[in-house]
Design a protein around this ligand. Structure first.
Ligand code: PLA
Length: 454
């Protein structure tokens, strides 16, 4: 043993103190050798007094949406059904990888010239251009005039977060109005980015439709310049969207008050089956020449959930502004995750730039949307056949991935306990997780819940 270590082994110091001082000497260079065995053998608590430095930490609750999957995974029942997270399932209840995505991946694998170099901070240039075109339309004057900056981000969530951080740093109004209710992650994303979150009325639980009057009143009394989060289509969780005429009124009101639109487009193509129809709200706001932000996700419409592919576009009034905005977006992204992943964005770029691949995609997308729509009819018919009390027409009126059933927390808990059906406690069900085989099970469960649990 090194003499210094030996001398440290006085009878007054404990073995853990000795290990510690040996480590200090080693790290400061005063001891070239060290009894590494004694350090490695130190048990986690032996050298330090008291508990873990993290022992005060309280257990956080599971996420209200993703936590449903955690509970579902723990259930050993063979009939369990997960209608919590919005993830598309086939008629056989399996996750779906689109054929066109498999093809694109094969092309990527076969192309030996492809490398794994870092992408630029803003991501894959081709992907960004094509993404802007997809949401704003091929003929968009804003794109033609170079007034749009688009950066590749980590799916819809990452795009919202980057946009929010940018606004918190550079926009004069720090308040964002989000609909009530909205996707549960919205308030967290915006608050953590440094914005102050307020809500505007959106849903009327009595009509199970849009509270249009409330929406107009709340946006009408928002301070000038405030940011407003709008679901581009297929509002989550309500499945209720404004009509074209209502969008037009919202646009006029927002422009007259200089409210800044921040669109969340997580379901383009999923609401109606048409990519263009589902982008109408966004395009209406861009057509008037005004400014807005759009967060896009390819999780649902291309089934790229875990690849985390999305884009943030900021539409500006002038090209030089857009280019300065982009320079600042880079400063937001670089310290956050440096630059985005390459694989998913390459898949999207291959599909969007080739006419045949694109057409194939739209067919597969329409099939998914149509299957969801047919599940609405099936569930509605099944409840009617059972004479389930209540008006269930909202199931066929609502759009997109979810039905906001109106079932309360207790009824949801009952359905999970008695029927092994998993859904979020606000009564939202993912229609994309249903199949012909499971509709009767869900209808039985809803019937029992509304007749037995008040
Ligand atoms: N915006 C809205 C309105 C969403 O519903 C979701 C996903 C996202 C953004 C983010 O999606 P992404 O980051 O995966 O692109 N909402 C899901 C999943 C489908 C989730 O909660 O993360 C949901 O079940 O509500």
């Amino acid at each position: 043993m090194h003499p210094q270590l030996t001398s440290a082994s006085s009878s007054t110091s404990s073995p853990s103190d000795r290990r510690l001082s040996a480590l200090v000497r080693h790290l400061t260079g005063s001891s070239p050798e060290i009894d590494s065995q004694s350090i490695l053998s130190a048990s986690p608590t032996s050298g330090f007094h008291g508990d873990s430095v993290f022992s005060h930490i309280v257990r956080a609750p599971e996420d209200p949406i993703l936590g449903v999957t955690v509970a579902y995974n723990k259930d050993p029942s063979p009939v369990k059904l997960n209608l919590g997270v919005g993830a598309y399932r086939t008629e056989e209840g399996k996750p779906l990888v689109l054929n066109v995505v498999r093809k694109a991946e094969q092309m990527l694998v076969n192309d030996r010239s492809r490398v794994k170099e870092y992408l630029p901070i803003v991501g894959l240039a081709e992907f960004n251009k094509l993404s802007a075109k997809l949401i704003l339309g091929a003929e968009s004057p804003a794109i033609r005039e170079n007034r749009v900056t688009t950066v590749q981000c980590l799916s819809g969530t990452g795009s919202l977060r980057v946009g929010a951080e940018f606004l918190a740093k550079h926009y004069h109004q720090r308040t964002i109005y989000i609909p009530h209710p909205t996707w549960g992650n919205h308030p967290k994303v915006f608050t953590l980015a440094g914005l102050s979150v307020k809500t505007y009325r959106y849903y009327n639980p009595v009509t199970r439709g849009l509270n249009f009057q409330g929406l107009l009143e709340d946006l009408g009394s928002a301070p000038s310049g405030a940011i407003v989060l709008l679901h581009a289509c297929a509002h989550n969780p309500t499945g209720v969207d404004p009509t074209f005429q209502q969008w037009e009124q919202i646009r006029q009101l927002m422009r007259s008050k200089c409210l800044l639109p921040f669109f969340d487009s997580a379901y383009q193509g999923f609401a109606s089956g048409s990519l263009d129809a589902d982008a109408q709200s966004v395009r209406m706001f861009v057509a008037d020449g005004g400014e807005c932000l759009v967060a896009q996700s390819y999780a649902k419409n291309m089934g790229l959930y875990g690849e985390r592919v999305g884009a943030l576009s900021i539409v500006c009034r002038a090209a030089d502004v857009a280019s300065k905005v982009e320079s600042q977006l880079k400063l937001v992204i670089r310290p956050m995750y440096s630059n985005p992943p390459i694989h998913g964005a390459s898949i999207v770029a291959i599909i969007l730039k080739d006419r045949n691949m694109y057409n194939e995609w739209t067919i597969e997308l329409k099939e998914m949307a149509d299957r969801i729509i047919s599940m609405r009819q099936q569930l509605f018919d099944a409840l009617r056949a059972r004479g389930t009390p209540g008006d269930w027409s909202h199931i066929i009126k609502q759009i997109g991935m979810f039905t906001f059933t109106g079932l309360n927390k207790e009824q949801v808990a009952f359905m999970t306990k008695e029927y092994h059906i998993y859904m979020t406690s606000d009564g939202r069900i993912s229609m994309a997780g249903l199949s012909l085989k499971t509709v009767p099970q869900l209808a039985d469960a809803i019937h029992a819940a509304v007749t037995r649990v008040v």
